[in-house]
Each structure stands twice: as C-alpha cells, then as structure tokens.
Design a protein around this ligand. Structure first.
Ligand code: NAI
Length: 318
C-alpha cells in the first residue's frame, strides 16, 4: 500500500468501534496505531482486524484499493498512550461511554496533543465540553460520532465544543470524507446530536402507537422497513417534502394544516423504562428473533447493510 505523507492516525480504545475506525483509516491508506488500557485487548484487536479484513475481502465488501493483507499491515498496536499519539495528525478516542473515564483519558492525552492534531471522541451521547474543560488543548477536541457498523453506515456526526474553532471542525470533516465516511457538522452542542434526536422522535411515536394497541410490533417495524426506510436510504425527509409537491414551499402550503392536525394528537415522550410494555413487545419479537439469536441476527443485519452500501455506491451519484 502507498502510505500517505501526513499520515498517522491514533486510535485510543480498541474495542468494537476502535477496530472499525482502524479498518476505515487503513482502507484510506493511513498508518494506524491502536492503544488500549489492556495490552491483551490490543493483541486481540489486531487479530480480529486482520481476520475481519480478510473476510470482507472474500465477501467482496472490502473498502479501499489495496488488499486486506496490505491494509492489515498498516495497523499496529501500542501499549503506551504517548507513543500512540506521537506524530499522529488525528486521534479517535473509543473508550466506553462514561464522562469520568473519558475525562481521565483526555487528561492523560493532553500532554501529547499538539497544535496540529485533531482529537475526536466517538461518544454517542456525551458532549465534549462535559469532559475537556480543564485541558490545555481543549480547542483541538470535538465529537466524531459514528453509527454502528461504521464500515457500512458512513454517517459521522461532528459536534464541536464551545471552544473548537471552525478550522479544527473542517479538518476533521475533510479527513473523514477523504476516507469515505459521510460527515455532517453541527454548529454547536445539543443533547442527542442530530441522529438520536431524530431516532428518539421515531422510537417515541412507535412506542406510543404500540401502547395504544394501534399496530403489532411487527407491523410497526414494517412501516419503516417497507415504507419510510427504503425512501430514506436515498432521500431525506426534507427532500421528500420537496419532491412530494411542486417544491418544499408548495408542500408547506398544501400540507401544513394536515401535518399540524396529526402532530397535535402526539402524546408527550414516553418513559421507556416501562418494563410491562417492553416485556409484551419482547413476547412478540421473540417469536421471530429469540434473544439468544440476536448475535446471529446482527450478522444478518450487517450483511444486508454491506450489500446496501455496495448498491448505493454503484447507483447513487453523490
Ligand atoms: P467497547 O467496550 O467495545 O470498547 C472500549 C475499549 O476501550 C475496550 O477495549 C476497553 O478495554 C478500552 N478501554 C477502557 N478503558 C480504557 C482506557 N482508560 N484507556 C484506553 N482504553 C480503554 O466499546 P465500543 O462499543 O467500542 O464504544 C466505544 C465508544 O464508541 C463509546 O463512547 C460509545 O458510546 C461509542 N459508540 C459506540 C457505538 C456502538 O454501537 N457500540 C456506536 C457509536 C459510538
């Protein structure tokens, strides 16, 4: 593989998401160094990355232009945090989702952060300002939140902290685009970023409809998989409005009252810690996917997401 000049990426935390990031950057022909608090996890992650890349190659879904072996050779392990960060232009932190832990890890990284580095956290919910406030290099940090499995779902939410300058955000976005992810940039921190704000609004309505006995769990999911989902794989809700009338202004004129009437019947957000309702859903869902079959079904999902990613690459003119 040809190695890029300004080209080292550091991955801190080499669990599920850390390994995905390593494979994504290696496909982009970056040198990647992975670190973990447990040295045996680094060894395990390297083996897993090698095996996964070779499986993707045989399944025809390997990203990038070089072979699985060449890509795996770009990923090395490291048992020292300072060594891991040394010379890196971009750091992706992937330790478990806890404010205290992320605070600790960012404090440990701070002495090794340079004015050229961008240091991103994979955090799904925690805003970076919650744990970098005391750092010397807090202005070099931001959230780069991937979606599982990031190898096949390209979206990354970039969320700057209050002190992150635009050039740092822009640098992260350019790099992520260059390695084939699809970043979006929020202008400031907000709970749930964008994806989970949208996702929770969907879950809330699904939950409330189920509780009201309007549809079965299976039929609720089918509204997405055979209704909104296929459309949303190609056009978003705003473009949908634009296409479903003579432009978005016309859509608003035609449908505003109807939409408002529907939305006025929405209930307040449900508390999902509602075990009886969840138990009832489980009984239904178990009929097709027993809990012990969840890992198998996850693999099934990832195979289909991989096929969809390949299809989109072939037919969508980005
Ligand atoms: P994981 O549990 O699979 O991996 C975390 C890794 O961090 C482990 O290997 C662990 O040994 C290591 N670690 C723990 N303490 C450490 C320390 N002090 N220094 C260095 N390494 C340390 O977790 P996962 O799923 O990879 O999640 C990582 C981050 O990515 C979390 O913030 C999570 O919210 C976020 N994320 C997870 C997604 C998912 O679906 N799993 C999706 C998007 C983001």
């Amino acid at each position: 593989a040809t190695i890029k000049a300004d080209a080292k990426i550091a991955i801190v935390g080499s669990g599920l998401i850390g390994q995905f990031w390593a494979m994504i950057f290696a496909a982009g022909e970056y040198r990647v160094t992975i670190f973990d608090i447990y040295p045996e996890q680094v060894t395990k992650a390297l083996e897993n990355i090698k095996a996964t890349l070779s499986r993707y190659e045989s399944e025809g879904c390997l990203r990038g232009n070089s072979s699985a072996a060449d890509q795996a050779a770009l990923v090395t392990g490291c048992n020292d945090l300072g060594e891991c960060l040394k010379g890196a232009s971009y750091v992706q932190e992937c330790v478990p989702e806890s404010v205290e832990l992320k605070q600790k890890v960012f404090e440990q990284m701070d002495p090794f952060i340079t004015e050229e580095m961008v240091v991103a956290t994979s955090s799904s919910c925690i805003c970076v300002s919650q744990f970098v406030g005391n750092l010397k290099h807090k202005h070099r940090t931001l959230v780069a939140h991937p979606v599982n499995p990031p190898y096949f779902i390209p979206l990354v939410e970039i969320v700057p902290g209050p002190w992150t300058p635009v050039e740092v955000t822009a640098k992260a976005r350019a790099l992520l685009e260059q390695v084939g992810q699809s970043p979006v940039t929020l202008s400031r921190e907000v709970a749930g970023f964008a994806l989970n704000r949208i996702q929770y609004s969907i879950i809330n309505e699904c939950w409330n409809m189920y509780k009201d006995g309007l549809l079965t769990a299976e039929d609720i999911d089918r509204v997405m998989t055979d209704g909104l989902g296929p459309r949303y794989a190609f056009i978003g809700p705003l473009e949908t409005m634009h296409l479903n009338a003579d432009g978005i202004v016309d859509y608003c004129k035609r449908y505003a009252q109807g939409a408002y009437n529907v939305c006025s019947t929405f209930k307040p957000p449900p508390i999902l810690y509602d075990v009886p309702t969840a138990e009832q859903m489980l009984q239904e869902i178990q009929k097709t996917i027993p809990v012990e079959k969840v890992p198998e079904r996850r693999r099934w999902r990832d195979e289909r997401l991989s096929a969809l990613a390949a299809l989109k690459k072939r037919i969508v003119d980005y």
